[in-house]
Design a protein around this ligand. Structure first.
Ligand SMILES: CSC[C@H]1O[C@H](OP(=O)(O)O)[C@H](O)[C@@H]1O
Ligand SMILES: Nc1ncnc2[nH]cnc12
Length: 289
């Protein structure tokens, strides 16, 4: 049994969380560079918590420049066990309306200008992302959102686009025809990296708009998004407040094996491994090295 430590990665509109006892902003350096910002640590209902604003306080990083590897490494280094992303997104479903939350359980990754793995030449690893989110963590988020009075949908496929521009109408219609439910710019490669770092990962998509497919809604308008975001951010904070009580402070091994994802993933023979890369992987893969 280890201590639970829940990290919240706050997306657009969420730059802090309330109510942490002993709250301290902590600078963390990593072999993968500097994270998006300092990490806020403390306790909520006796459970260890961390909070990292994905774009930095003041919204400094674009979806492409977010240092995803440094962020995940920093959380792992601090002892985080469970990562919850809280993100703004567009919706491809009439019934997933602005103001609603969606517990995402799958992704299509269309990003192309980001570093997507901690591994590579000198230590090759292949983890499974067939089920990229942790059902145990997703269920807790669903319950927390419901208890906070939020309209929340269980399950949804998130299309991760590069951005920063929003989609064209043709792209939006195509993603909808692929069966995607929501769209955003940040959950990939974040979810893949969390899996490589053996962290449980769940994503809550807070719907802000209907992207550009909807005949009764115009093009995505950032001013409209910001209005919805303000309300969503308060709801997001209400949901977060309820999570520690649901997850508890003693953490058993993940029943879905998220925390053992690297068990059979390493391919490179021990004598062929690059010592410099191994040193960089001390936090992410130390358990299996
Ligand atoms: C402010 S709308 C576009 C922006 O918001 C989302 O970011 P995050 O996932 O961090 O909440 C979306 O992915 C875009 O980056
Ligand atoms: N329609 C949209 N597309 C991509 N990212 C978003 N974030 C919020 N709304 C979005």
């Amino acid at each position: 049994m280890t201590d639970t430590m829940i990290a919240v990665i706050g997306g657009s509109g969420i730059y802090d969380i309330d109510g942490l006892e002993g709250a301290t902003w902590q600078a963390v350096e990593t072999p993968w560079g500097t994270p998006s910002d300092e990490v806020l640590t403390g306790r909520l209902d006796g459970v260890k918590m961390a909070f990292l604003p994905r774009h930095g306080r003041g919204h400094y990083h674009s979806p492409t420049t977010v240092p995803y590897r440094a962020n995940i490494d920093a959380l792992k280094r601090l002892g985080v066990t469970d990562v919850i992303s809280v993100s703004a997104c567009g919706s491809f479903r009439e019934e997933m309306a602005p103001g609603h939350f969606v517990v995402v359980d799958d992704f299509i990754d269309r990003t192309f200008a980001r570093e997507k793995s901690f591994f590579g030449e000198g230590l090759v690893a292949h983890v499974s992302v067939a089920h990229p989110t942790c059902p145990r963590l997703g269920d807790a988020c669903f319950t927390a959102a419901k208890d906070a009075g939020i309209t929340v949908h269980k399950g949804g496929t998130y299309l991760a686009m590069e951005g920063p521009q929003f989609s064209s109408t043709a792209e939006s219609r195509m993603y909808r025809s692929w069966g995607c439910d929501v769209i955003g710019m940040t959950n990939m490669p974040e979810a893949k990296l969390a899996r490589e770092a053996e962290l449980c990962y769940a994503s809550i998509a807070m719907v802000t708009d209907y992207d550009s497919w909807h005949p009764d809604h115009g093009a995505v308008d950032i001013n409209e998004i910001i209005k919805v975001l303000t309300g969503n951010a308060d709801k997001g904070r209400e949901m977060i407040r309820r999570l520690p009580a649901l997850l508890g402070s003693d953490r058993a091994p993940c029943p879905h094996h998220c925390d053992r994802a690297l068990e059979y993933a390493l391919m490179t023979a021990p004598d062929k491994r690059d010592p410099a890369l191994l040193a960089k992987l001390d936090a992410v893969a130390g358990r299996v090295l």
